[in-house]
Design a protein around this ligand. Structure first.
Ligand SMILES: CC(C)(COP(=O)(O)OP(=O)(O)OC[C@H]1O[C@@H](n2cnc3c(N)ncnc32)[C@H](O)[C@@H]1OP(=O)(O)O)[C@@H](O)C(=O)NCCC(=O)NCCS
Length: 203
């Protein structure tokens, strides 16, 4: 299973990705907004092993994917989907993304997240995807907004204050069809229309 974007390949992790991927997950900036902080090499190895389980049809049939730069085949982070059994009382599928800081600010996070969204709604037939984001994580909030997500509510989970960003199947189809500018305009309109209710919901 391979997803291709303009500049990235999203593909399933292999255990041999450890040498390239472990330094990314050990980076304090990459892991600043996470419940665990930077990962040890052993923790990253466990993650790669868990990914192999998640990919199997007996479990989810999908999972987090390696984000590989097309030009040199370098693993620069991850993007993709993960299932959480209990998010504020409900099962959810989350779009996640973490990139090496060297690659921030070039639109790659948005590119990887949009591809993950399209994979979920397209190939996997999902109708709702979320992202769990700490409000202080401005870059992640912007990525979520740019792929058409909006804040549904604020929750307290894993000892963190999180916002649940959501996109439904209908909105995803619109976002998929829209060019970047139209999507941006739509996000601004949504943002204005829901500012008041977000305050009430903790967004
Ligand atoms: C979140 C992350 C993947 C974004 O990747 P990226 O490639 O830099 O994102 P993009 O270049 O696509 O930028 C998306 C938007 O965020 C904005 N942005 C990026 N970094 C920002 C920052 N530090 N502060 C404010 N805005 C920022 C960009 O300007 C852009 O918005 P714009 O088009 O309106 O200008 C990256 O910052 C990262 O890996 N962070 C650490 C891991 C993490 O926190 N993951 C999310 C966990 S919920």
């Amino acid at each position: 299973m391979i997803i291709e974007t303009d500049r990235l390949i999203l593909r399933r992790f292999d255990l041999s990705d450890l040498d390239e991927f472990a330094p990314i997950m050990a980076d304090a900036d990459v892991m600043r907004f996470s419940k665990s902080g930077p990962w040890t090499r052993e923790r990253t190895e466990e993650f790669l092993q868990q990914c192999q389980v998640d990919y199997s049809e007996a479990r989810w049939g999908y999972g987090r994917l390696a984000a590989v730069q097309k030009t040199d085949q370098r693993v620069i982070g991850f993007a993709g989907l993960a299932r959480f059994d209990d998010v504020d009382g409900s099962p959810e599928v989350e779009i996640g993304y973490r990139l090496h800081p060297e690659f921030w600010g070039r639109g790659l996070g948005t590119e990887a997240a949009a591809a993950s969204r399209d994979h979920g709604f397209g190939d996997l037939g999902m109708t709702r995807l979320i992202s769990l984001i700490q409000p202080e994580n401005v870059a992640s909030v912007r990525v979520a907004e740019k792929i058409g997500m909006s804040c549904e509510k604020g929750i307290r989970q894993w000892d963190l204050d999180l916002r649940v960003y959501v996109i439904s199947g209908t909105a995803a189809q619109l976002a998929h069809a829209a060019d970047a500018r139209r999507c941006h305009v739509s996000c601004i309109r949504t943002h204005r229309a829901t500012l008041h209710s977000r305050l009430i919901r903790g967004c």
